[in-house]
Design a protein around this ligand. Structure first.
Ligand code: 13P
Length: 303
């Protein structure tokens, strides 16, 4: 038996023994997505974490995603196989900075992207993901809203809502690396291809998109449109699932820089160790968790 096959078998055996569920983000390495019970976007994975009856949730993603699972399911053990898998975007606003910002704009509600720490969520009225941000903003009675921390998602939402957003100037370094000239080059080389982009991309890139959506939204779009070729404006990990689920279609990554190294920190050996030794447990202090739970729960209730 090859090393890889043996690893997989041991992981699946431990998963059964521990009554664990393995959740993988769409940016994970192919072998991680393949062994997971499901792969999905931030919203789908949060929903799954909230409703699972497993005792252990092994979150193959980055820290804020595992934290969201711990916020929603405090009675479960949430494991992050690579404790150093962070999200630089989530680090772009701290709870202290948000408190100061709120003081500068008294009375305004706060919508926080899920790519934030639990402490920031605890200071927020409601969370959003890339798949429901417009709906979340429109669900609030307020006309003016604080939106953090992703400026590109904020600008994208601003174009689709009547409300006025005050936007925190953070961004995802991976998406921000995709340049307009790279997109134009890919479009020139593949004139028939549809360009689908994540709303974390820069406006100069988004203006060329045929469709802007979350990572799971990309799966739906590819399934529902008849094109043979797609230029994909998001992290390269998604190509694994797209190719697997759409064998007759071609997917083009317009830039080699669309790689999130944090997402790639999780490997099969780390997943095995995590299940075997029940490491690394992600938990949130109860006082923060209770307040963050309100913001996350309000978000997942919006359909
Ligand atoms: P999705 O919710 O679209 O999967 O996005 C998550 C993310 O972190 C994008 O960088």
């Amino acid at each position: 038996m090859s090393y890889q096959v043996e690893l997989r078998e041991r992981i699946l055996e431990l998963k059964r023994d521990r009554n664990a569920v393995i959740l993988a983000h769409n940016y994970q390495k192919g072998e991680i997505q393949d062994i997971a019970d499901m792969h999905g976007d931030s919203l789908a994975l949060s929903r799954k974490a909230a409703e699972t009856d497993a005792d252990v949730i092994v979150f193959c993603g980055v820290h804020f995603m595992a934290e969201s699972a711990a916020i929603l399911s405090p009675d479960k053990t949430v494991l992050l196989p690579a404790p150093d898998a962070g999200c630089p975007l989530a680090d772009m606003i701290t709870a202290d900075q948000l408190r100061e910002w709120k003081k500068e704009h008294p009375g305004l509600s706060v919508v926080s992207y899920v790519n934030t720490s639990a402490a920031v969520k605890a200071e927020s009225d409601i969370c959003c993901t890339s798949s429901n941000a417009v709906k979340v903003v429109n669900s609030l009675p307020d006309n003016k809203i604080l939106f953090c921390p992703d400026r590109n998602l904020g600008r994208y939402v601003q174009e689709l809502t009547e409300k006025e957003l005050v936007i925190w100037p953070g961004c995802c370094a991976t998406h921000a690396r995709l340049r307009e000239d790279e997109v134009l080059k890919a479009k020139k080389e593949h004139p028939e291809a549809l360009f689908v982009a994540h709303p974390e991309c820069e406006p100069s890139v988004l203006k060329h998109a045929d469709h802007i959506t979350s990572t799971s939204g990309m799966f739906t779009y590819v399934k529902e449109t008849g094109a043979e070729e797609y230029i994909i404006g998001t992290e390269m990990g998604i190509l694994h699932g797209l190719k697997k689920e759409n064998p007759g279609k071609t997917f083009i990554l317009p830039s080699p820089a669309l790689v999130c190294l944090n997402m790639k920190r999780i490997t099969l050996p780390k997943l095995l160790t995590s299940l075997k030794e029940k490491v690394h447990v992600i938990s949130v202090p109860e006082e923060i968790r209770k307040r963050a739970w309100i913001a996350v729960k309000r978000m997942i209730e919006i359909v």
